[in-house]
Design a binder for this molecule. Structure first.
Ligand code: GRF
Length: 203
């Protein structure tokens, strides 16, 4: 049984979908939710799902042991970042190299890097005049939004699209693909190929 820890800082809608996906899965399950923001929506989602929540503090996470002992004690095999806003420290990257996935709400390398999260990303896409956006699921390494891309899905940016309307469409794309990509990555040997399914133009 592969045990996943989901790290999240916000509402947790992605965490919710991932928890649901693996609730009765034969090979994988979410067994811990890690959060850095008291009061975040993801905490309630985790508690309602009967999951343990590990609240983390910046100093110990960034400059200490990155809570690796707690992850090891929980038997965590892989880490899923689902809207986690802190950079993963090098010691944690080392401890879980090749087994930390992140989702970014744009087509990296465009609109990525430090400070590019949430609405900032969608505003950047709109401001750039790009006609396509989408999601990127990638391995996490020592640099922001830099590790190997595992999956991308694209949608058109509609004329008159706002950052808010784009955010809502991207969120739907995340919820549809992230749980499935996680499953494929950790159950298929060698992980899934890099896919770029062209979302139907109407989506
Ligand atoms: C998502 O847009 C994800 O792409 C980004 O953070 C957001 C998390 O949203 N990394 P939620 O907390 O899962 O609703």
């Amino acid at each position: 049984m592969k045990k996943l820890a989901v790290f999240a800082s916000g509402a947790g809608s992605n965490a919710q979908k991932i928890i649901e996906k693996f609730r009765n899965h034969p090979d994988m399950r979410v067994s811990l939710v890690v959060c850095n923001k008291p009061g975040a929506g993801v905490i309630n989602i985790a508690l309602m799902a009967g999951l343990q929540v590990l609240m983390i503090e910046r100093e110990r996470f960034m400059k200490g042991d990155a809570y690796i002992p707690e992850l090891a004690a929980a038997g965590i095999d892989a880490i899923i970042l689902a809207g986690f806003l802190w950079k993963v420290p090098d010691n944690l990257v080392d401890a879980y190299r090749g087994r930390i996935l992140n989702i970014h709400p744009a087509l990296l390398p465009a609109h990525g890097g430090k400070g590019m999260y949430g609405m900032h990303v969608h505003a950047s896409v709109i401001a750039s005049g790009d006609t396509r956006s989408g999601i990127t699921i990638h391995l996490v390494d020592e640099r922001y939004d830099h590790g190997d891309t595992i999956f991308q899905a694209e949608i058109t940016v509609r004329p008159g699209e706002t950052a808010e309307s784009l955010a809502a469409r991207i969120h739907e794309l995340e919820h549809r693909h992230f749980p499935v990509v996680i499953e494929k990555f950790f159950t298929e040997p060698g992980g899934p190929p890099v896919e770029r399914p062209a979302e139907s133009l109407s989506s």
